[in-house]
Design a protein around this ligand. Structure first.
Ligand code: 16G
Length: 241
């Protein structure tokens, strides 16, 4: 209920009311919320005030606006803690989601420039270049391009990379994965990426680069991933001192 005499601004009270309904599940993911006019009438306030509340909730990621359609409850993002070195398959399973893969490209080519340097191999040496869409419960989450030294990751084929790469590396090849360095950058989806990920062109995405090493010091992989900004959220715990 709105309290016009409260020191809390009315738009804030509306925001809290809508948030509360989302948290209680009275408004479900993907559901269309009432229009500005309906809210204004229900609460006896101006549409401007409602608009302010809705805009704040859109900016905070609780709601999404779809042009010409209305405003909807946003999908809950996958929260990924940046601790420990895990694979996509492990991350999804740990959440009770079912991981799957759509293989877009699998090729053997020659390493040059940064790829060769990054993988610690000679220019011209053979590399696998794999492009995979990573899905959780059938929803595309990320587009991943992986480079691996063909000499190190032996016997790879199209079937294997439709399952967990880390599992193959550890269980089949007996290699021991040690650490990774990861960079995260904000970006927007280009046309091809947006089609693959099922989002609008220009949508926010996270561009991630991972460089992974084995315990014997050999570089295992160079990976470039594009994660959907509307589905993913990375969390880092920090300790002072
Ligand atoms: C994650 C890693 C990727 C790794 C993959 C292995 C990020 C940004 N990337 O997607 O570097 O190759 O896991 O997953 O986290 P898999 O074992 O399920 O194939």
């Amino acid at each position: 209920m709105i309290d016009k005499y409260s020191p809390l601004p009315i738009y804030y009270q509306i925001e809290e009311a809508i948030k509360g309904r989302i948290e209680k599940g009275e408004l479900q993911e993907g559901e269309m919320i009432p229009s500005e006019r309906e809210y204004a009438e229900t609460y006896g306030i101006s549409r401007m005030t409602v608009r302010q509340a809705i805009t704040n909730l859109v900016n905070d990621g609780y709601l999404t606006r779809r042009k010409g359609k209305g405003t909807f409850v946003a999908n809950k993002k996958i929260e990924q803690k940046l601790v420990g070195l895990t694979s996509f398959t492990e991350d999804m399973k740990a959440r009770g989601l079912s991981p799957s893969i759509k293989l877009l490209d699998f090729k053997l080519s020659e390493a040059h420039g940064k790829t060769a340097t990054g993988l610690g191999i000679q220019a011209g040496a053979a590399v696998y270049e794999i492009q995979r869409v990573r899905l959780a419960d059938q929803i595309p989450m990320a587009l991943e391009t992986t480079f691996l030294s063909a000499d190190l990751v032996k016997g790879l084929n199209e079937k294997i990379v439709q399952g967990s790469l880390y599992q193959y590396v550890e269980e089949e090849l007996g290699l021991s994965i040690d650490y990774a360095t990861q960079e995260l950058e904000a970006s927007v989806a280009r046309e091809a990426e947006s089609e693959i990920l099922g989002i609008a062109k220009g949508s926010p995405v996270l561009f991630i680069r991972r460089y992974t090493c084995l315990t014997d010091g050999r570089p295992l992989e160079l990976v470039q991933s594009i994660y959907r900004g509307d589905r993913y959220k990375f969390i880092i715990d920090m300790q002072r001192g």
